[in-house]
Design a protein around this ligand. Structure first.
Ligand SMILES: [Fe+2]
Ligand SMILES: [Fe+2]
Length: 327
C-alpha cells in the first residue's frame, strides 16, 4: 500500500524514535548500542535525502514565503545532523565522545521532528491535498532505490558504514523491519480501545496462544514461532490514547513494535503497524523468512479488521497513558 508523503515522513520519524528508545534501553551493552547508532544514522540519511530531494522542494513551491522559511530552517538542521553522522562514521570519536555526540544529535533530531510534525506537515496537509499522494509514491520509489544502493555499496565492500546493508529489509545487525497498514471501518477510539485488550490478541494473531497482562505495562506472551513453542516478556514503552502504542520485549530475541492510529473519517481509521524483529537461529534464506513474517503480519491486521468490524464495538478498553522514557 502506498501512503501519502506526510504519512511516510511520520512513519520514518516513528521508526527512528523507536530505535532510539531501544538504544536508551540498551545501556551497558555497547556493541548493541553501536549497532543501533549505525542503524539510526542510515535511516536518517535516507530520510533526509528523501525530504530534501522531493518533499521540501514541493513545500517550497506550494507554501510561498512561509514554506521557504520552514524549508530553510529544516535544511540547516539537516546539515547539523549530517555533520554529526559523518563524525560518528569516521570512527575518530572515543567512547564517551561517541555517545555524547550521538545523544546531542538525537536531541536535535527530536526538536526537528517536533517542528516538522507541528508545523510543516500540518500546513502541507491542509494546502497540498492530492499532490501528497503523488509525492508519497515518488518518495517510496526513491527510498527503495536508495536502499538498493546501500545494498550494492555494502556488497562491493565500498561505501561508508551508512551504506552497509545486507539484503533488502534486513539490517546488518540481523534484524528486520516490517511495516503494514490497514483501513478499518470503525472510529479511531474503537480501534484503539480494542488494541489495548492484549489478552484478546490470540483471537486474531496467528500462532499466538496466550497473552497475559501482568500489569498496565507488562505482558507475558506464549506463541508458536516456526513450529516451536516460545515464551517471552514484553513491556509497553509508550501508550497515548487514540494515537499510539509501542512495546518491546524484555526477554528472548528482539521483537519490538509500534502501532499508530490515524483518523480518516468518523468511522474510518488507518492502523499502521511496524514490527522490528530478529529472526532466531540460522535462517538459510532471510528473504524467505521476511516474506513469511510479513505475510503473517498482514494476515493479523486483516483478522483484526474482520474482528472489530464484525463486532462494531470493542471488547474492552484501557485509557491510561504510558509516557516515553525520559531522554
Ligand atoms: Fe523528517
Ligand atoms: Fe527533516
Amino acid at each position: 500500500m502506498t501512503h501519502n508523503a506526510v504519512e511516510l515522513i511520520k512513519a520514518d520519524h516513528d521508526k527512528v524514535e523507536s530505535l532510539y528508545q531501544q538504544y536508551q534501553g540498551a545501556t551497558g551493552d555497547s556493541p548493541r548500542q553501536r549497532t543501533l547508532v549505525e542503524k539510526i544514522c542510515r535511516e536518517l540519511e535516507i530520510h533526509a535525502a528523501l525530504e530534501e530531494s522531493i518533499f521540501y522542494p514541493a513545500v517550497q513551491a506550494k507554501l510561498g514565503t512561509e514554506g521557504r522559511d520552514l524549508v530553510k530552517e529544516a535544511v540547516k538542521e539537516h546539515k547539523e545532523m549530517k555533520q554529526a553522522i559523518s563524525q560518528l562514521q569516521t570512527g575518530s570519536l572515543t567512547g564517551a565522545n561517541y555517545d555524547s555526540t550521538f545523544r546531542k544529535m538525537m536531541s536535535g533530531v527530536q526538536h526537528h521532528v517536533r517542528e516538522e510534525e507541528g508545523e510543516m506537515l500540518p500546513k502541507a496537509q491542509r494546502q497540498m491535498g492530492p499532490e501528497l499522494d503523488r509525492l508519497g509514491q515518488q518518495m517510496q520509489r526513491r527510498k527503495e532505490e536508495l536502499m538498493a544502493h546501500q545494498t550494492t555499496a555494502g556488497q562491493s565492500g565500498q561505501g561508508t558504514l551508512a551504506q552497509r546493508k545486507t539484503v533488502a529489509g534486513q539490517d546488518v545487525d540481523g534484524s528486520s523491519t516490517i511495516e503494514h497498514s490497514i483501513d478499518v471501518s470503525v472510529p479511531v477510539r474503537t480501534a484503539y480501545n480494542q488494541w489495548t485488550q492484549f489478552e484478546e490478541f490470540p483471537r486474531f494473531m496467528e500462532g499466538v496462544q496466550q497473552v497475559t497482562q501482568l500489569d498496565d505495562t507488562h505482558l507475558h506472551w506464549q506463541a508458536t514461532v516456526g513450529g516451536k513453542d516460545k515464551e517471552w516478556d514484553a513491556m509497553i514503552t509508550e501508550q497515548v490514547p487514540d494515537q499510539r502504542i509501542a512495546w518491546t520485549n524484555t526477554t528472548g530475541a528482539r521483537n519490538a513494535g509500534v502501532v499508530t492510529f490515524h483518523r480518516l473519517a468518523e468511522d474510518e481509521t488507518r492502523i499502521m503497524l511496524q514490527i522490528d524483529y530478529e529472526p532466531e537461529g540460522v535462517i538459510e534464506n532471510v528473504g524467505d523468512m521476511v516474506g513469511v513474517v510479513s505475510a503473517r503480519i498482514r494476515g493479523d491486521l486483516q483478522r483484526f479488521k474482520d474482528f472489530i468490524e464484525s463486532r462494531g464495538t470493542e471488547t474492552g478498553a484501557w485509557r491510561g497513558t504510558v509516557e516515553r522514557p525520559a531522554k
